[in-house]
Every structure is written in structure tokens, then in C-alpha cells.
Design a protein around this ligand. Structure first.
Ligand code: 5AD
Ligand code: SF4
Length: 493
């Protein structure tokens, strides 16, 4: 049953509201891998002559899912549009990580509502992490009943059938499986450009106390190595210049295999041998970042020397409350090992300020850790309670003003360390993957170093999509300026 009337409350079978106890009971039952996905014959022309628009919120995992959704829609005959008034299908691929991400989506739904009056045939859908939350689905059914379709992160492959139901039915179509699905290998993908994401695993079993992801994305399931390697080889054959391996905790890759002993380090070692210029990965959990991986990354080559290593806090007590399963000292020891093995490694991180009970002293420990590690960049957040997570049961007792001040001080410390790192690059020659004209000045090109730093320099547009070599002439907090040079014998970063 997929169709639900707007007043029908009998859809709870699809949900397991976040519950740490239930979620931790996750069995080791085998995840089946399917290689036989196909869009039913009768739906292959369903979208002929019609247009779709997708808005994507949140992380790269969602961007990645959007590519699959676009692939499915295009195999149904739909074409993409940027113009919402000419779209026959509009999908919001949503993020649930913090409250402000959810607020943006509800705001957007309000803006889109008039389009439904303008075009009654428009199918308006909500998918992604928010649709995995029962409270969100309730709110949409009650307050945004003009929405036609809600589907979850485990139901993407069902989109063709769900769209048909939504287009023909008068009722809202809701399909959200709280239990994670199997792995479906041959879903279509719409990729563009010189960079590609490759999912190596789905879900997360870490259950950090503040985080909604283990509930919205389900348990950890790794793709089989041969499937990942085949996909990367095919991208190399197509001329893709950079691949980013994706997972919520890529360091746990392979831990769910029962028949083979094959870790993330092993996967990186195999990918290293594929002829693709750059390989990145995100995101790492320090607890699972093992020596084997460090040893493989130290071999360099196409494995770039940029490691995103979320720390979340510099205080061991706060880390304990967050259930991160490492101490400040263990994190710093890992950083030491990485820097010893990969001397030019660039580290970036994620940090949360204002976690329940975080004291001034504990926040100072975060600041001192930031200075000690010397990050080149970071994503910083104010703690946002997420319903059903263990932290949401703790009193959110750091005043909003204090949270804001901590965020500001943290960002200032990060700006300092980023600028210091960038200034050290002046005079050096870096390899740049050229992305195209700069967004702010059409007379210069913009590209990224191996360490993901943005570089602006003058050069011919024909370099777009290719590697160039640039001598850094000037450094700012978040960007570098440079001049094009011949390919050097020795590169810096
Ligand atoms: N509040 C604030 N930040 C959060 N993150 C995850 N959950 C929350 C939350 N409830 C941050 C973490 C994570 C990043 C993707 O988002 O820093 O690494
Ligand atoms: Fe969330 Fe990352 Fe922790 Fe998993 S490892 S629970 S995705 S913060």
C-alpha cells in the first residue's frame, strides 16, 4: 500500500520514530545486493514532454541521491528545468541535520504553494532525510496538504511507480520505509562535469548522541568492493578527473562484510592503482581511522593529502557526552600519526559549539585544539537538538547568546589558522583542477588544489576541466591567487 489519504493516520507502520534502543538492536542480517533494477516498460515514456526541477539541501550524500533521482526521471523521459513555473514535477531533497535546515524546506514549501493553483497537474514532492521523520510527515500532511508525494531515503528506486500514483491519484502518496532497504546497484545516474561522487557505503551505526543520521539513513551497509572498483574504473575511462568516495563514516567500510576481510584501507589501495587523477573521501570518524589507512594514504599518487577529520569538540568530557568514543588525547595522537606519515597533509574538521552542559573551560579546550592542530578549514555549527536523539533529552542549557559568541570566537580562530596555512603557500607551485570562470570575475579562472583550496588565476578558458599548474602569488583567508606556469618538475600541493 503506498497511497495514504491526507487524514489517514495509519501510516505509522512505515516509521520507527528515532529510538536509540530500537535502532541499536540492528541485526547483522545480510543485506542483499540487487543488480537487476529496471524502470517498468510502461513508465519509460511517462515523463515524455514534461519537465522536472529538484532542489537539494544538505550534504554530499543528498547531492549524490539527487543525481540518482535525476537519472531515474530522465530514463522516464523527463527533462530538467531551472524554471519552477514550467516544471511538471518539483522535488525537494531535504536535510534533517539541524533545525534551520528543516525551516528552510518548510519556507520553500510555502513559496511553492501558489504554483499548485497555477498548475494543478504539478506534482510537488518531498524526499530525503526529513521524510524519514514521522513528525515532519505529520506536519506536512496537516499543514501542507497540497504536497503530492513524500518518499524516504530507502525508497528512491520506487520513484517511477510513486510518481505515477501521485499523478493519477487525488491523495497524498507517502512511502517511507524505516527499515533500510537492500543495496540496489544499477540505478541510473545523471552526472555532470569533471568530478564525480561514488557512494561506497550507506547508513551509520555510530549513534553520536546529537545526530539524526543513524535514524534517517539506517544501518551501515557497504557496497561490494568489485562494484565500487568497477564504477571508479568506468569514471576513469570517461575522463573524470576527480572522484570523491562517499559514506557517513567511510572508515567503517567493510566492517559489515561477513565473507571477506577487506577494509577502507584495502579499498583505497586498490583505487590508488586506477588511472584517475584525484581521489578524495568523506567523511571520516577518528575512532575507525586505522594505521592501515594512514599507510595507504602515505603512498600519495592520486590519493590526495587532504583529510576531513571531524572532531566535534576539544573537550574529553563533551566528547564523552556526545558518545564520540575517543578522547582529546586520542584525537591529537591520530593527528600526530597522520602528520608524521603524510608531512604535507591538510586537515579540515567539523565542530559543534554549545552542546548541553558545555562550560566556558570546555569551549576553551576546543579553541586550543583548533590552534594545536592548525586546521586549514572547518564547518562549524551551533548545537541543534534533534527529536528522538539521546542529546535531545539533555537540557539545552547553554544560552543562545553564549552559543553565538562561541561560534564567532571559533570562526575567528579558524580564519587565523587558515590564513596562516595559505600564506605559507606563497611562491609555491600547486596543481589546480580548473573548474571554469570565477563566479565573481569572468576574466579569471577558478580551480581547486589537491587539498581543495580555491585558486584564482588568469588563463585560457580551454583549460576548463583540465589540470593546470599555478604559482601562488597571494593568499587570503579562504582563497589563493596565482599565475599560470609550465608543468613543474616538483609540485608542492
Ligand atoms: N546540531 C549541530 N550540528 C550537528 N551536526 C550533526 N548533528 C548536529 C546537531 N544536532 C554536525 C556535525 C557533523 C556535521 C555533518 O553536522 O558536526 O559532523
Ligand atoms: Fe552522525 Fe557522523 Fe556520528 Fe554517524 S558518525 S552519528 S553521521 S556525526
Amino acid at each position: 500500500m503506498t497511497k495514504q489519504t491526507k487524514s489517514d493516520k495509519d501510516y505509522s507502520i512505515y516509521f520507527q520514530p528515532p529510538s536509540l534502543k530500537d535502532a541499536k538492536k540492528r541485526g547483522k542480517e545480510e543485506v542483499a545486493v540487487h543488480y537487476d533494477f529496471a524502470i517498468p516498460q510502461e513508465l519509460q515514456q511517462f515523463g515524455a514532454g514534461k519537465k522536472y526541477l529538484i532542489r537539494t539541501y544538505g550534504c554530499q550524500m543528498n547531492e549524490n541521491d539527487t543525481e540518482t533521482i535525476k537519472g531515474l526521471l530522465e530514463q522516464m523521459g523527463y527533462t530538467e528545468t531551472e524554471e519552477k513555473t514550467e516544471a511538471d514535477v518539483i522535488l525537494l531533497n531535504t536535510c534533517a541535520i539541524r533545525e534551520n535546515a528543516e525551516d528552510k524546506v518548510f519556507g520553500e514549501l510555502g513559496h511553492l504553494k501558489p504554483l499548485k493553483t497555477h498548475n494543478p497537474n504539478l506534482v510537488l514532492g518531498v524526499c530525503g532525510c526529513m521524510s524519514q521523520e514521522e513528525a515532519v510527515v505529520n506536519r506536512i500532511m496537516q499543514k501542507h496538504a497540497f504536497v503530492d508525494l513524500i518518499f524516504g531515503t530507502h525508497n528512491i528506486h520506487r520513484l517511477p511507480q510513486l510518481l505515477r500514483d501521485a499523478a493519477f491519484g487525488k491523495e497524498m502518496v507517502v512511502e517511507v520505509w524505516s527499515k533500510e532497504g537492500d543495496i540496489i546497484e544499477n540505478l541510473p545516474r545523471k552526472r555532470a562535469g569533471m568530478k564525480a561522487w561514488v557512494n561506497i557505503m550507506y547508513g551509520c551505526d555510530k549513534f553520536c548522541t546529537y545526530c539524526i543520521v543513524p535514524y534517517t539513513r539506517g544501518k551501515e551497509r557497504s557496497r561490494r568492493p568489485q562494484d565500487v572498483l568497477a564504477e571508479v574504473r568506468e569514471l576513469a575511462r570517461q575522463g573524470v578527473q576527480e572522484v570523491t568516495l562517499l559514506g557517513q563514516n567511510v572508515n567503517a567500510y567493510g566492517k559489515d562484510f561477513e565473507d571477506i576481510d577487506y577494509t577502507f584501507g584495502d579499498l583505497m589501495d586498490d583505487i590508488r592503482k586506477i588511472d584517475i587523477p584525484r581521489v578524495r573521501f568523506t567523511t571520516s570518524h577518528p575512532r575507525d581511522f586505522d594505521d592501515r589507512l594512514i599507510e595507504v594514504l602515505a603512498k600519495g599518487g592520486n590519493l590526495v593529502e587532504h583529510i576531513h577529520l571531524p572532531v566535534q569538540s576539544g573537550s574529553t568530557e563533551v566528547l564523552k557526552l556526545m558518545s564520540r568514543k575517543y578522547s582529546r588525547e586520542q584525537y591529537l595522537e591520530l593527528v600526530r600519526k597522520i602528520k608524521a606519515a603524510i608531512p604535507n597533509a591538510v586537515l579540515t574538521t567539523d565542530i559543534i559549539v554549545g552542546f548541553p552542559n558545555e562550560t566556558d573551560e570546555q569551549f576553551e579546550e576546543t579553541l586550543s585544539l583548533v590552534r594545536e592542530v592548525g586546521y586549514d578549514n572547518a564547518f562549524t555549527f551551533i548545537y541543534s537538538p534533534r527529536d528522538g536523539t539521546p542529546a535531545a533529552a539533555m537540557e539545552d542549557n547553554v544560552p543562545a547568546e553564549v552559543k553565538k559568541q562561541r561560534l564567532q570566537r571559533l570562526n575567528e580562530a579558524l580564519m587565523e589558522s587558515s590564513l596562516a596555512a595559505n600564506l605559507k603557500l606563497r611562491g609555491q607551485v600547486v596543481e589546480v583542477l580548473v573548474e571554469g570562470e570565477s563566479k565573481t570575475n569572468a576574466n579569471v579562472l577558478a580551480g581547486r588544489t589537491r587539498t581543495n583550496k580555491l585558486v584564482h588565476f588568469a588563463g585560457p578558458k580551454s583549460l576548463e576541466g583540465r589540470m593546470a599548474y599555478v604559482r601562488v602569488t597571494d593568499a587570503q583567508t579562504w582563497t589563493l591567487k596565482g599565475e599560470l606556469v609550465e608543468e613543474p618538475l616538483q609540485l608542492s600541493v
